[in-house]
Ligand binder design. Structure first.
Ligand code: CMC
Length: 391
């Protein structure tokens, strides 16, 4: 067939051109539509960043208000979706339920399933709004609370927190430190060019499957411990080190030995061969939030020691392994009151604008073709069928 190269993990294959996010992995640079992540993290808000990623420019005050209002109006979910969420076992992992619920949204809102401009605009708002409510409901399921109704007109992050955390009376006094930290974490996760889940969204969308199906597949990809699941895995790793009574040096030695198959979760990246710029922001925020809110100090201390030892160890130096965004986020989410199973759904909430932006970019690109990689066949040559009694 003339195929001569195979590229496992697409180490060296560009599947598309994109003008959404720029990464320089050697220099540790990340920009959304040209804007440095550090500036957006400091000055922007999540829905503003969502608008930027999806539409290419920062919105005017009027456009941002319109988006805020539209999203707030669509946060209600159909009763059927609520029943769907209630049908799973209480201890079901929320990522599995979220993937199912996201795909199911298309069946409740068929008017947003097509690929014309008004339909895709509606689907964009529905996905931003309704997955936030679904994730907040999943949080209530984990903590044992009844599902409460969204209120029209609330700010996005506030409403998400209220639906997730309030008592049965629906009231919640949100700590401004937590509100700001959550907004910032969502911004940091909002896009990361052709990562595993976004590539999944694009490949599913390339068959002209609807955006809900594509995003649902992306959520499945994100759930894995090598991708978004790493935030939960990193916190479990810190706990295991403590439970095993290991020193951080002993744990690093086990990782280097590779015998137990343990990796340093929250470390390493396909593209960054220097400090992940998102990780650097998260570490700073974790520092200030933990000192303000208290809690997790001992684990934070251990994580920092782990980082320090790894960064001065030959194994990590020669492989250019640095902390990525997931190394400190779990600690932070946990200090903010989120249960561990909710860490990866929070990543999904943040990544939603990126998935939407890439789906739309792919759909608008006349060069898009169905994603269909080839292979190099290594199986048997032609042979004749053998009857069962002769095998
Ligand atoms: N701990 C120990 N060794 C590692 C690690 C790690 N976290 N990451 C990579 N290595 C080693 C790996 O064993 C290999 O060594 P050798 O050359 O001796 O075989 C070398 O470094 C290259 O690793 P790789 O697996 O070929 O690199 P990759 O680009 O295919 O994988 C990665 C990237 C992120 C999957 C990997 O670094 C990893 O498994 N990290 C831990 C999981 C994690 O934190 N994932 C979150 C990524 S960032 C946010 C996101 O995308 O969701």
């Amino acid at each position: 067939t003339g195929l001569v190269t195979v590229d496992p993990g697409f180490m060296n294959t560009a599947a598309c051109e994109s003008s959404i996010t720029y990464i320089d992995g050697d220099a540790g640079i990340l920009r959304y539509r040209g804007y440095p992540i550090e500036q957006l993290a400091e000055k922007s808000t999540f829905l503003e960043v969502a608008y930027l990623l999806i539409h290419g420019e920062l919105p005017s005050d009027e456009l941002l208000n319109a988006l805020n209002n539209r999203v707030a109006r669509h946060m209600h979910v159909h009763e059927g979706i609520k029943s769907f969420l209630e049908a799973f076992p209480r201890d079901a992992h929320p990522m599995a339920v979220l993937a199912g619920a996201t795909s199911a949204l298309s069946t409740f809102y068929p008017e947003s399933v097509g690929r014309d401009e008004p339909e895709i605009e509606l689907a964009t708002v529905q996905l931003l709004a309704k997955t936030a409510t679904v994730i907040a409901y999943l949080q209530r399921r984990v903590t044992g609370g009844e599902l409460i109704e969204p209120r029209k007109g609330g700010a996005y992050v506030d409403e998400f927190m209220r639906i997730g955390f309030s008592g049965a009376d629906g009231e919640l006094d949100i700590d401004p430190t937590i509100r700001r930290a959550l907004d910032l974490l969502l911004i940091l996760h909002a896009d990361h060019e052709q990562n595993c889940s976004t590539s999944t969204v694009r490949i599913v969308g390339s068959s002209q499957a609807n955006i809900y199906a594509a995003v649902s597949a992306g959520i499945g990809a994100l759930s894995g411990p090598l991708h978004g699941g790493a935030n939960e895995a990193a916190l479990s790793m810190f706990d295991k080190i403590k439970a095993d009574g290991d020193t951080v040096e002993q744990f690093v030695a086990k990782v280097k030995d590779k015998a137990e198959g343990a990796r340093l979760m929250g470390f390493g990246h396909r593209v960054y061969k220097s400090y992940d710029p998102r990780g650097a922001v998260v570490k700073n925020v974790a520092n200030s939030v933990l000192s303000e809110l208290g809690g997790n100090d001992e684990t934070f201390q251990m994580a920092q020691e782990l980082e320090e030892i790894a960064l001065s160890d030959e194994y990590f130096i020669e492989r250019k392994l640095y902390p990525n965004v997931d190394f400190y986020t779990g600690l932070l989410y946990s200090a903010m009151g989120f249960p561990r199973q909710m860490f990866t759904p929070l990543f999904a909430l943040g990544r939603m604008p990126g998935w939407i932006a890439h789906y739309r970019e792919m759909m608008d690109d006349p060069r898009t073709k169905i994603g269909r990689p080839r292979q190099i066949y290594t199986g048997e040559v032609e042979r004749d069928y053998v009857a069962i009694d002769q095998r």
